[in-house]
Design a binder for this molecule. Structure first.
Ligand SMILES: [Zn+2]
Length: 96
């Protein structure tokens, strides 16, 4: 019953939500000139500081920030999605 209000997308019996049980989003900056990388971090500050340091050391000024977010698919509760689930996907759920 966690993350119920955190629904991102829903299809058939399945709901996709941000996964709050594991790692938070991971951020990593890469130089667009030489592909050197800041390494993974859980906060933006470290890769941002790395960009400035890298620019200072190399003169490279273009960077991309790569953010890896985690999601988890879960079965929607039976009562609320019974009608929406029908037709598209067949799961082992008898109609009773
Ligand atoms: Zn570079």
């Amino acid at each position: 019953m966690t993350a119920a209000g955190n629904s991102v997308i829903r299809q058939g019996d399945w709901t996709l939500s941000a996964d709050v049980t594991g790692s938070p989003p991971i951020l990593e900056a890469e130089c667009t000139t030489c592909d050197d990388s800041s390494g993974a971090a859980e906060e933006a500050k470290q890769p941002e500081v790395w960009c400035l340091r890298h620019a200072n050391q190399t003169g490279h000024t273009g960077f991309r920030m790569i953010i890896t977010s985690f999601f988890r698919a879960s079965m929607a509760s039976v009562g609320s999605s019974e009608t929406a689930a029908r037709g598209r996907r067949r799961t082992a759920m008898p109609d009773a």
